[in-house]
Design a binder for this molecule. Structure first.
Ligand code: IMP
Ligand code: MG
Length: 179
């Protein structure tokens, strides 16, 4: 698996430092509020697990799973909900946690859909952002790192369901795609 990585973009230590910083900011933002952290499966799993342990106020967690129809490396904006949040979100403060925002199509759709359920607030937190790829304008409240327009794997993020368990973030060697 390690041999398929062409270049490491973010080391384990760099990621851990950023997650700690985000956790500290979120702890202050949501102090005294009823916080529900909603992870978008599967990519946000690793980031969210680390992030919630850096937030030191009470919170609840839930998950959504969505699929955006498309090929392996591009999304289409047509979003299908595979798994929904299991609890009422009305009057809760929602923090949506994503692994990476690319076109923005998935999050724009999700945010609009969740707003109809009348939560107290909705904010978005993503570990990685690729602003150069944005097709839809979404307000992202918390961003870990801005990334170049390259296909990224590791720390929960996959290529064809592989590489999620890499502890760091990198890009694949070009020959991996043509295997
Ligand atoms: P968007 O709707 O185009 O913003 O797509 C966001 C989703 O696409 C992310 O949650 C990822 O699952 C996937 N994605 C976007 N860019 C990458 C990448 O560089 N590597 C792996 N998955 C990606
Ligand atoms: Mg994903």
């Amino acid at each position: 698996m390690q041999n398929d990585i062409g270049r490491v973009l973010l080391s384990e230590a760099e990621i851990a430092a950023k997650v700690k910083e985000l956790g500290e900011r979120l702890t202050e933002e949501y102090r005294g509020k009823e916080l529900l952290v909603v992870g978008i499966l599967k990519g946000s799993n690793v980031f969210m697990s680390d992030l919630i342990r850096q937030i030191t106020i009470p919170l609840k967690i839930d998950f959504m799973m969505v699929s955006s129809y498309g090929n392996a490396t591009e999304s289409t904006g047509v979003v299908k909900i595979i798994k929904d949040i299991e609890q009422s979100i009305s009057d809760k403060h929602l923090l949506i946690v994503e692994d990476i925002i690319d076109s923005g199509l998935t999050l724009k759709y999700l945010k609009e859909m969740l707003e109809t359920r009348k939560p107290a607030s909705i904010k978005l937190c993503t570990l990685l952002d690729k602003p150069a790829r944005r097709q839809e304008n979404v307000d992202v409240d918390y961003v870990g790192f801005e990334m170049p327009d390259e296909f990224i794997v590791g720390y929960g993020i996959d290529y064809a369901e592989h590489y999620r368990n890499l502890p760091y973030i990198g890009i694949l060697k070009p020959e991996v795609y043509t295997k």
